[in-house]
Structure formats: C-alpha cells, structure tokens
Design a binder for this molecule. Sequence first.
Ligand code: ZN
Length: 249
Amino acid sequence: MRVAVISDIHANLAALRSVVADWGNVDAIWCLGDVVGYGPDPNECLDVVRSLTSIIVAGNHDWAATGKIDTVEFNQTAAIAAEWTSDQLDKESRSFFDGLPTILTVGDYTLVHGSPRDPLWEYIRSAQDAAACFTYFDNIACLVGHTHVPVVFSANQPAPTDRWGVRREPKTPTSVSDFGIGGKKRYLINVGSVGQPRDGDPRACYLILDLASGHFQHRRVAYDIRSTQERMKRVGLPVALWQRLAIGR
Ligand code: ZN
C-alpha cells in the first residue's frame, strides 16, 4: 500500500495541484495539517484535501484561522495572514477545522503536525529535540510537519530515550523495515512542506511511504511559484510571505 503524506500546504493551490499530479497511483493520502495560513486559496485547498482524504490532523495555522487558538505566538506577518485567512474561510471550512483531531494513529504510524509531545506547537529541529519526543509514541514512526524542513531522525532500540541513540539520517530514500521483532530502529520523519518549503529548495515537498516494504522517500515537485505570488499580491498578503516562496526560506 502506497501512501502520500502531505503537510503545510498553506493555501498554496498551485503547489498542492502539482504534488497531486506527481504522486500517480497511491492507495491513501494522509495530511498533517496547516492546510491554510500564509497563502491565497484557503477554501479551495481545503476542498481539494477533503476530496482526497479524511485522515487529517489540525495544524496551528488551521486553528488560528478559526480562532480556536490565539495568534500571540505568531510573528507579525503570520498573524496578518491568519486574520486574512479567517475572513476568507466559509462556515463549512471553519467547522471542519474545528472538529479535527491533533493526533492520529494509523496502523504503525503516529500522525501529528508539530510533535507527539506538543502536537500543535513544538518544532523538532535537531536530534536533541527529536530525542525528547521518542517516548511520546510507541510505534514504528511518527510523521510530522510544522518546520517545513524535510528531515529524518532515527532512534536505536532498546533505549529510544537515550539522547545518544538519536541521529539525523541522510536525506536519501530509506526504510523503516528494520523495525519490529529484533528490529533496531524507530523513526521521526518530517515530510516537508507542500506550499511553503523552508530548506532552501522552493519546490513543493511531500513524502511517499510504502507500508508493505517500509520504504519512504521525500519527493520534490516544481510548480508555478509566480502564479501563487501573483494571487498573494492581488489579495494584499504581506510582501515577505510571497517573496520567500521563490527562495524556499
Ligand atoms: Zn506550517
């Protein structure tokens, strides 16, 4: 069974369409939140995501846009965008977001936006951050988004809480198949961001995961960045938000 895992779409419809066109035949789609916020097409992006899957967890921007959480921790441009998004969201989108869970377990995988310890807010940026989170889930892997940076951390068994046992894996195709009886590793995988990558590569990012083999791979897809930027300019979203799309930072 082949699964496409998407996160941090941020109302970027052009980027979302490009990854949908890229993944070909998949058996399921999982979404790790932040469908909206920053970008120009919140309702349209939510419609596409809902047409693809019902396996969706809430992101901090989704709940900020509905007023379910406060934007005090947002920087100024994010707060402006959250307010703009809130004005755009129709009633149905709003109640859909409000009803989302913050954490889901699907088979051998935990799905969450930020971290299993603090689902909406925690950023896992380093092996040290990751080490603190391995005790908060107990299956093969936890799939996260939130930082907009694709990365894989692994923890050696049988001491997943041992800080020295956690390391950052190279960003190459890899597999969770060595987990299990006699297995040695568990994983914390950031799937990257569809609509606002921040790792220096402006292409849309998502993860393909093969449940049978455990093999997973980050994929990058070029999309029409300028069309999203033009939409953002037209609706009056902050300059810094559309400029960053071109550099992926
Ligand atoms: Zn995000």
